[in-house]
Design a protein around this ligand. Structure first.
Ligand SMILES: Cc1cc2nc3c(=O)[nH]c(=O)nc-3n(C[C@H](O)[C@H](O)[C@H](O)COP(=O)(O)OP(=O)(O)OC[C@H]3O[C@@H](n4cnc5c(N)ncnc54)[C@H](O)[C@@H]3O)c2cc1C
Length: 413
């Protein structure tokens, strides 16, 4: 079996790699071999468990349903990975440092996890987001093509660029196969000696120090430290500490069959894309593994309960997507709907992640708030979380619980 030593590999990436990351300036302490329970086997929990295991700890990963299950925020087929983040260069850096780790996982999985189809982000005007992204990419030495409308028309004939003046094309980024990647990571974690338990963790009660968690089956899991990476369920586990600071919203995704035999929608010919659209972003994917060309509106939908929301798509959302598709992708006019998915984002108040110690328990880390853009950062979230749990990361103020508000106003795109 080939080994997946992603930490070492990412350390060797050089100036763009983990060694230079400001989040990671302190060395990991040598307190290895602790018992750690990680609750939640989504992308954040699975990568955190992986990095804790690499650091030599005895890790138990627990999930109520399974890694990247159908209703998890990490479920479904695909996620974009891109580094363009406007002024929020912290996420440019995390996406960049995560990419080699995704590629390492992709290299050892049977089927691809990273699909290098490139990402095109296009804009009606050269707004600050464009300028700030270009500045960050230059600072990090990331290859990016700044394209005029004429260049985009020539390179990407499947898209109608009416009203679009500028595009950022990131050739090194692309699509991640979501469920496959988390399941592969969890599988490798178990093969490397980690424990995986299917079980519903009960909200911890009040105590001076958390020493065990209880499952609905009555079993108890004792550990020295705990990570709660419960995605949209985090508020249910910690209603007082987190509560409305993380708000799940309904998101609908649609797939359409490209014309028979048409190669223009294949990854490589067609990039992953995002239409900035004044901040009301639409995004999508080429025809990955013949599932269909995927479209979604990134705008937050209604606030939902992940256990109760109806997973059937709405006629209104479908009509909106078809209207958008027919305008921007006219070659797909009339394309049959092949599949749909209803998922949820788990939003922090402004889109910044939550990776912080529990205010009462220094041996408990809270991880979440992926806010519709977290997947691509899974490897670096996991690495930072593993270090943060042991106090060996430079604390990033934007990931602090104290920075999370109860009133939501999205700022990170
Ligand atoms: C439609 C959609 C499109 C997206 N597109 C992108 C994109 O293109 N690019 C990108 O980077 N990001 C994207 N995201 C965001 C990204 O997918 C999420 O931010 C990320 O997957 C969140 O992962 P997580 O591990 O925090 O949560 P989850 O994947 O939800 O994992 C949490 C896990 O915790 C478990 N759990 C919860 N409570 C308990 C309990 N009490 N006991 C045991 N287990 C429990 C759950 O079963 C679940 O498996 C998208 C999200 C959605 C929904």
């Amino acid at each position: 079996m080939k080994s997946l030593n992603v930490t070492r590999r990412s350390l060797l990436i050089g100036a763009g790699g983990a060694a230079a990351s400001e989040l990671m300036a302190k060395p990991m302490p040598r307190t290895i071999g602790e018992r750690i329970a990680v609750v939640g086997a989504g992308v954040f929990g699975a990568w955190t468990a992986h990095h804790l295991q690499l650091a030599g700890h005895r890790v138990t990963l627990i999930d109520a349903w399974g890694p990247a299950h159908s209703r998890a925020s990490s479920g479904g087929e695909s996620r974009l990975t891109r580094a363009a983040y406007g002024k929020d260069a912290i996420y440019t850096r995390m996406a960049m440092d995560s990419l080699p780790q995704w590629k390492a996982l992709s290299a050892v999985s049977g089927l691809p996890i990273f699909v290098p189809c490139g990402i095109l982000f296009f804009f009606p005007t050269e707004e600050p987001y464009v300028h700030d992204s270009i500045t960050a990419h230059k600072a990090f030495g990331l290859p990016t093509d700044v394209l005029t409308q004429a260049e985009m028309i020539r390179r990407f004939p499947m898209i109608n660029f009416d009203g679009i003046s500028i595009g950022l094309y990131e050739p090194g980024f692309g699509a991640l196969m979501a469920r496959r990647s988390v399941q592969t990571l969890a599988d490798r974690f178990v093969k490397a000696g980690g424990a995986y338990v299917k079980g519903l963790v009960q909200p911890p009660g009040s105590c001076a120090r958390l020493e065990e968690i209880r499952l609905s089956s009555g079993e108890r899991v004792q550990a020295d430290r705990f990570v709660f990476a419960a995605g949209p369920w985090l508020s249910k586990l910690f209603p007082d500490v987190i509560g409305p600071k993380i708000e799940p919203t309904r998101q609908e995704v649609f797939f359409f069959a490209p014309p028979a035999g048409d190669r223009r929608f294949l990854p490589g010919a067609m990039p992953g894309w995002a239409d900035f659209n004044g901040g009301d972003i639409f995004y999508g994917f080429p025809d990955l593994e013949s599932r269909g060309v995927k479209f979604a509106n990134d705008q937050h939908g209604a606030v939902v309960d992940p256990d109760k929301q109806d997973r059937r798509p709405t006629e209104a959302a479908l009509a909106e997507i078809i209207g958008y598709r027919d305008h921007r992708f006219p070659l797909l006019k009339g394309a049959p709907l092949t599949e749909t998915r209803v998922c949820q984002y788990e939003n922090s108040s402004n889109g910044d992640f939550l990776i912080d110690l529990h205010p009462d328990w220094p041996n408990v880390l809270l991880v979440g708030g992926g806010s519709g853009h977290g997947f691509k950062h899974g490897p670096e979230v996991g690495r930072y979380a593993a270090a943060r749990l042991f106090g060996s990361a430079n604390v990033e103020p934007r990931f602090r619980l104290a920075s999370k508000a109860e009133t939501h106003h999205r700022e990170v795109h």
